[in-house]
Write a protein that binds this ligand. Structure first.
Ligand code: PMP
Length: 355
């Protein structure tokens, strides 16, 4: 059996793979593949509507929040957010907690003024900054709730009077938050939600339509809302797989159940690292991500042998990102506890073998 710790695209529930593959051959006994039905057919509009309504239900969103499934990955949102929300003379506040936040900052600077209110750069993003103030007049405050590359996570969402905007690409649906308190949430699907090729955007419609900028139609959230994410051809298959994952999520007990499981998985792995004489993590304890666990070997020379040992025992995708090195185990919703038990077992036996 393989244990898939990939950071994204990543593991999805086996039932989702099964249902998705059946739909490729014959969608709902229609005799047609899901890949060949029109997006304006009753079959597909039902998929889109159910997916959006499950997101609303699972996240307990207010009626002001709209749910969109759009192309372009989370990176497109780095520019689409400021294009829709920020006038050129206005300021948006950003927290710089890693590579993805830095990229979001760079794009926002193309549209208005950006106030980077805090940064963890000086420690290679090993912690989440705590002491900072967000100016009241900032049009919005952008955070990256989970930093996929460095393995840190905002455990508490900062309480500010600003409109909150969050990139939740790598921890969406993994823990319960007051999602309705956000002005805008976005996430690439390819971690906790579905395959690559679609992004989920949740936006409070009351924050839209305030800029004077002329926004190209395809970039304007209001047009996508009006057309129910079907302004143009949506990524049909990717949306369908998201729906399958959302159904699975609901059946399993929703976000609170995922949160419980994720805490158990993450605690098991962090405990194994803390107990070990060989492995270590430099991520600040209170900011440790429950989704992406980054760790190293105290003796870097053992890195290759451990990777080899893990690979020979069915472990996939634990090589760390090139910017942080070492290892990264991504523990997304669909990763079973058993995979973490196998990994921690191997860490222990590797330590014994190396003694
Ligand atoms: N934000 C975060 C937190 C991410 O982890 C990633 C991708 N790993 C992105 C944004 C970029 O996503 P995409 O590749 O979908 O543009």
């Amino acid at each position: 059996m393989l244990h898939n710790f990939n950071a994204g695209p990543s593991v999805l529930p086996p039932a989702v793979f099964q249902q998705a593959s059946e739909a490729v051959l014959n969608y709902n006994n229609s005799g047609l593949s899901i890949l060949e039905i029109g997006h304006r057919t009753p079959e597909f509009t039902a998929i889109m509507e159910e997916a959006a309504s499950l997101v609303k239900e699972l996240m307990q969103l207010s009626s002001d929040h709209e749910v969109l499934f759009l192309h372009g990955g989370a990176s497109t949102q780095f520019m689409q957010v400021p294009m829709n929300l920020l006038d050129s003379k206005e300021t948006a506040a950003y927290a710089d907690t890693g590579v993805w936040s830095s990229k979001a900052i760079k794009e926002a600077q193309l549209f208005g003024k950006v106030d980077v209110v805090c940064t963890g750069k000086e420690t290679n993003y090993q912690y989440i900054p705590k002491d900072f103030a967000v100016p009241n007049d900032a049009r919005y405050f952008h955070i990256t709730t989970n930093n996929t590359i460095f393995g840190t996570q905002w455990k508490k969402i900062p309480a500010t009077s600003n409109v909150m905007v969050a990139d939740m690409s790598s921890d969406i649906f993994s823990r319960m938050l007051d999602f309705s308190s956000f002005g805008l949430i976005y996430a690439g699907a390819q971690k906790n939600l579905g395959p690559a090729g679609v992004s989920l955007i949740i936006v409070n419609k009351n924050i839209l339509g305030k800029t004077k900028r002329i926004i190209p139609t395809i970039m304007d959230y209001r047009h996508h809302i009006k057309e129910g994410s079907m302004l143009n051809t949506p990524p049909v298959f990717a949306v369908y797989v998201c729906l399958l994952t959302l159904r699975w999520l609901k059946e399993q007990g929703g976000i609170p159940e995922m949160e419980k499981r994720n805490e158990i998985k993450a605690s098991l792995l962090y405990h194994a690292i803390d107990e070990s004489n060989l492995f270590q993590t430099t991520v600040s304890k209170e900011d440790r991500s429950f989704m992406n666990v980054c760790f190293t070997l105290k003796d870097a020379a053992l890195e290759k042998p451990f990777l080899e040992y893990a690979k020979n025992n069915g472990i996939i995708g634990i090589k760390g990102h090139r910017l942080s090195g070492g290892f990264r185990a991504s523990l997304y919703n669909a990763l079973p506890l058993e995979s973490v038990q196998v990994l921690t077992g191997l860490m222990k036996s590797f330590e014994e073998l190396s003694a």
